[in-house]
Design a protein around this ligand. Structure first.
Ligand SMILES: C[S@@+](CC[C@H](N)C(=O)[O-])C[C@H]1O[C@@H](n2cnc3c(N)ncnc32)[C@H](O)[C@@H]1O
Length: 203
């Protein structure tokens, strides 16, 4: 029996993706870490690929892959420059990973996601809401952007107002949008409490 954790937003995307006729080839941007979300798409017959910028996160994902005997196809790359040709994927997603980019870099990454998607293909992207309990306005260097230091490691997070991220989806039809409140999943014990989910269809 599969004994794994996936957030409900991933199941929601899987459900919507399954009724889309695009090629079942999917990319996860920011795919590393001990709970790689791309794994579930393998179980549902997708050809899976992932990119991540961090060696340690890729290593953790590889350990998961070894334990569960899954080939994840995760390579080191930056989602602001996705190393795949135009229209290669029917589906692309990014789960709590674009959240680490500045708001202008998020625009660059979403343009890249658009480029590698085939027409009518779907993307799922989530953002941190300014209603998240860890959003501290007083720390923000510019609206919603926060740089912090954790155990000597610099971290960056972007937070959004309810409809602010709509601006990134000019070349998509937004087919699903939701504010996920009181998010209590076992997300690396981060305890994030408010996330904005978007599913876009490439026009
Ligand atoms: C909070 S973790 C989430 C990991 C995974 N999506 C999950 O849900 O378990 C954020 C991930 O995004 C990756 N990341 C951050 N900036 C990136 C970039 N520019 N390109 C690719 N990956 C990036 C980090 O290395 C990290 O693995």
């Amino acid at each position: 029996m599969a004994n794994r954790f996936y957030p409900h937003s991933i199941y929601n995307f899987l459900r919507i993706a399954d009724s889309n006729p695009s090629k079942k080839r999917i990319l996860d941007c920011g795919a590393g870490g001990p709970d790689p979300k791309i794994a579930i798409f393998n179980e549902y017959g997708y050809e899976i690929h992932g990119i991540d910028i961090d060696d340690d996160q890729i290593k953790d994902a590889k350990e998961f892959a070894k334990k569960h005997k899954i080939k994840l196809n995760i390579m080191k790359a930056d989602m602001r420059e996705i190393p795949f040709e135009d229209r290669y994927f029917g589906f692309v997603f990014s789960y709590l990973s674009l959240v680490h980019l500045s708001k202008s870099d998020i625009g660059i990454a979403i343009n890249e996601i658009h480029r590698v998607l085939q027409k009518d293909g779907l993307c799922y992207i989530n953002f941190l809401s300014k209603e998240d309990k860890w959003y501290d306005k007083s720390q923000a260097s510019s609206p919603g952007e926060i740089k912090t230091e954790h155990n000597g490691v610099e971290e960056f997070h972007s937070y959004f107002d309810d409809n602010e991220a709509d601006k990134y989806f000019g070349n998509f039809e937004i087919i699903y949008k939701a504010k996920i409140q009181n998010f209590k999943g076992k997300y690396h014990n981060t305890g994030r409490t408010c996330i904005l989910d978007y599913i876009g269809k490439k026009l």
